[in-house]
Design a protein around this ligand. Structure first.
Ligand code: NDP
Length: 276
């Protein structure tokens, strides 16, 4: 036992890598009994080995209700104090490209992993927190929820949905001392955005729009999630907090160097590519 979260159960979805892994590490450092979930067992096993200590893992897809219910149950029963913290971190985008060239399945999959993933996490975790006299849910949104990212439309919609779910869940659950907040990271150096770091034109468009002039680290985001998960933020609920080096003060990134070679200039101005 080592800190203010001693014995508290915490579920981190998508906890096998990136921001989720850094969050699992940060919560465990303060004594939380952390359960991580994700779709790949290999990734989870490697993360558990890296984290060491009292960390558990469950294979679960956040878009599948039975999976989320099982992950929540596992996280609750792993901890002597029951479930007190849920971090709805799993998310991402199945697609990059102009709206007129976005397949319906790709759009739906992106909305699903972000919005449905958070919805199911709240739906199944909240009753545990309520029965435990309260707790904290933190979702991982994005600056794309608030600042237009052309050619990343489905993702922005998914993250904007997370921000509204955060408000509604906080409003419904406040009476039971359950707080619900979100973080809105800017560009963070993880596997998810390796393509951005490898494409100078896109990376530059991020950095020139970021007053602090650099990308963030998973650990910096994990520190904010830890703050929102713990007692230090006891009177904060329903908020989406930006952590982006100031990027959201300016404009979104330019994905043209990704999109134009794939879809062509016409598609970028709204004319769908002809079927091949
Ligand atoms: P990673 O790709 O490292 O992490 C995403 C994790 O989520 C993986 O461990 C993945 O594991 C898991 N995951 C993906 N889909 C599912 C699913 N359907 N069910 C369960 N787990 C899933 O990227 P990040 O750490 O960067 O991303 C974490 C969150 O941060 C995401 O919500 C992302 O949108 C958000 N974000 C990231 C930013 C960045 O610049 N990196 C900026 C703003 C927001 P597996 O594939 O094994 O399921």
């Amino acid at each position: 036992m080592s800190g203010v979260l001693d014995g508290q159960g915490a579920l981190v979805t998508g906890g096998g890598s990136g921001i989720g892994l850094a969050t699992a590490r940060r919560l465990a450092t303060d004594g939380a009994v952390v359960t991580i979930c994700g779709r790949s067992k290999e990734r989870l096993d490697a993360a558990v080995e890296e984290l060491g200590g009292d960390v558990h893992a469950v294979v679960a897809d956040v878009t599948v209700e039975d999976d989320v219910a099982a992950a929540v149950e596992a996280a609750a029963s792993a901890a002597p104090g029951g479930l007190k913290i849920a971090v709805a971190n799993a998310g991402g985008s199945s697609h990059m490209g102009p709206l007129v060239a976005t397949g319906l399945d790709e759009f739906k999959a992106t909305v699903d992993v972000n919005i449905v993933g958070m919805f199911l996490t709240v739906k199944h975790a909240a009753p545990h927190l309520v029965r435990n006299a309260g707790g904290s849910i933190v979702a991982v949104s994005s600056i794309a929820a608030a600042v237009s990212h052309p050619y990343l439309g489905a993702y922005g919609v998914g993250k904007a949905g997370i921000d509204m779910l955060t408000k509604v869940a906080a409003d419904e659950l406040g009476r039971s001392n359950v707080r619900v907040n979100a973080v809105r990271p800017g560009l963070v150096d993880t596997e998810l955005v390796a393509g951005i770091f490898a494409t100078a034109g896109v990376l530059d468009s991020y950095l020139t729009q970021t007053p602090l002039g650099r990308a963030g680290s998973p650990e910096e985001v994990a520190e904010l999630i830890r703050f929102l998960a713990g007692p230090e933020s006891s009177w904060i609920t329903g908020q989406s907090v930006s952590i982006d080096g100031g990027h959201s003060l300016r404009r979104g990134p330019d994905y043209t160097p990704f999109a134009e070679p794939v879809y062509g200039a016409d598609a970028l101005r709204g004319i769908p590519p002809s079927p091949t």
